[in-house]
Structure formats: C-alpha cells, structure tokens
Design a protein around this ligand. Structure first.
Ligand code: HEM
Ligand code: HEM
Length: 179
C-alpha cells in the first residue's frame, strides 16, 4: 500500500478514530474490571454486562481494523524538528505498542469467548464461534486478555503523561491530534 500523505497534522479521519477509540477503550477497560466482580448468581445480570462488553469490544475491534488500514495508508506526520531524537523514537515505540494492544485485546477476547459453550452475541445477534468448548484454550486466551490489558494501561498512562507534558510545553504536538 502506498503512503499517501505528508503534512504536519494527522488526517481528520485519524483524529476522529483516535478519540472515538480512546474513549471506547477507556470505557471498555472500566467495564471489564467492574463486570468480573458481578456475582454469578442470581444469573442474568452478569451475562447481560458480559454481552455488552463483548458487543462493544467487537465494535472497537472493527474500528481498530479500519484505523490500522488508515495508518498503513496515510503516513504519520513527522514530528517537529525541535523534538529530541529520543522522544521521536519513544513515540514510535509506544505508538507501536498501543497498536499491538489495540489488536490483541479484541482478538484474545473473541477467541477466549469462542472456546466456551456460551454463544457470542453481537448486540443480540449470535456470531460464529471460532473454537469449541475448551477450558484450557479459554484459560490461555483469558491470560493473554488480562496480561495485555496490564501492559495497555501502563502504555496509556505513559501516553497521557506525554500528552500533558506537550500541553504544558505548548509545542504544537497536541494540535496534530486535535482539530
Ligand atoms: C486508550 C487511549 C488511547 C490510545 C489507545 C491512544 C493511541 C494513540 C496512538 C496509536 C497514537 C499515534 C497516532 C495514530 O497512529 O493514530 C496516538 C497519538 C496521540 N494521542 Fe493518543 N491514545 C489514547 C488516549 C489519548 C489521550 C487521553 C490523549 C490526551 C490526553 C491522547 C493524545 C494523543 C496525541 C496528542 C497524539 C499525537 C501524538 C503525535 O503528534 O504524534 N491520546 N494516540
Ligand atoms: C478493546 C477491547 C477490549 C478491552 C479494552 C477489554 C478489556 C477487558 C478488561 C479490563 C477485562 C477485565 C480483566 C480481565 O479479566 O481480563 C476484560 C474481561 C473480559 N473480556 Fe474484554 N476487553 C476488550 C474486548 C473484548 C472482546 C471483543 C471480548 C469478547 C468478544 C471480550 C471478552 C471478555 C471476557 C469474557 C472477559 C471476562 C474475563 C475472561 O473470561 O477472560 N473482551 N476485558
């Protein structure tokens, strides 16, 4: 795929995808930690929120696929010259890590849910199960889901700290992701 755009800002599609996915991911993390504490009995409430988490997570997964294709097609604008080389490298590495987590979260969630006897419902519609009822594979995917979210939260915290630093420095970096 060719890299089409060179500019000092991200495209408006990248900006909208960034903020919609950022909000969605933060909400999804909070929902995930909250819902696993819901008692298993009486049944119903827990399944209801798990289905919301799955449907939201799959929606985010689809948006993330669009975002990855967009990022591969439209090159990220080069950072201003006054940004030190180590910060340019740090932004590349951390953005790559954020993308890896964005892909792994919905994938491990969907796969994990496929290795159970429960159907995966997408806003009420039953989706195909990629797997079968296998507690071992389910456990493996759950571990990937849980470990990835830890790494994700650390990367998000560093990312937000860097954004605040750029806001205070008023060096024009925030404007690249804001219109
Ligand atoms: C779950 C939350 C978030 C994720 C997954 C995320 C992910 C990313 C990624 C991957 C990029 C690289 C650009 C791209 O390819 O789209 C980026 C850029 C950026 N993000 Fe976030 N972000 C999140 C939350 C935030 C928040 C809360 C802020 C502000 C406080 C923020 C501010 C920025 C800014 C200013 C840039 C542009 C950096 C540059 O100029 O290269 N992000 N974000
Ligand atoms: C961006 C997407 C997602 C995020 C940020 C996210 C986040 C979380 C978090 C924070 C938890 C609680 C910690 C844990 O037990 O792992 C969790 C649990 C869970 N998530 Fe997700 N999730 C996402 C997508 C999905 C998807 C697409 C599915 C299924 C279709 C899913 C299914 C589950 C299930 C079943 C649990 C309960 C624990 C388990 O059985 O592994 N998640 N998620």
């Amino acid at each position: 795929m060719s890299k089409l755009q060179i500019s000092d800002r991200y495209t408006w599609v990248a900006v909208i995808l960034h903020w919609v996915i950022a909000l969605g991911v933060l909400g999804q993390i909070a929902l995930g930690w909250w819902m696993i504490e819901i008692p298993k009995s009486p049944p119903g409430l827990r399944a209801y929120w798990f289905n919301i988490h799955k449907s939201l997570g799959i929606t985010l997964g689809l948006l993330i696929i669009v975002r990855v294709i967009w990022a591969l097609t439209y090159r990220a604008p080069p950072l201003p010259d006054h940004i030190p080389a180590w910060q340019k490298l740090a932004s590349k590495v951390s953005h790559f890590g954020l993308y890896a987590c964005m892909i792994l979260m919905p994938l491990s969630g969907y796969l994990g849910s496929s290795f159970t006897k429960f159907p995966i419902k997408y806003w009420g519609y039953t989706l195909p199960n990629w797997g079968w009822d296998s507690p071992v594979y389910k456990e493996f995917c759950s571990n990937v889901h849980q470990t990835t979210v830890m790494v994700f939260m650390v990367l998000i915290a560093i990312h937000i700290a860097a954004a605040i630093k750029h806001m205070i420095a008023r060096d024009g970096v925030i404007q690249r992701m804001w219109r």
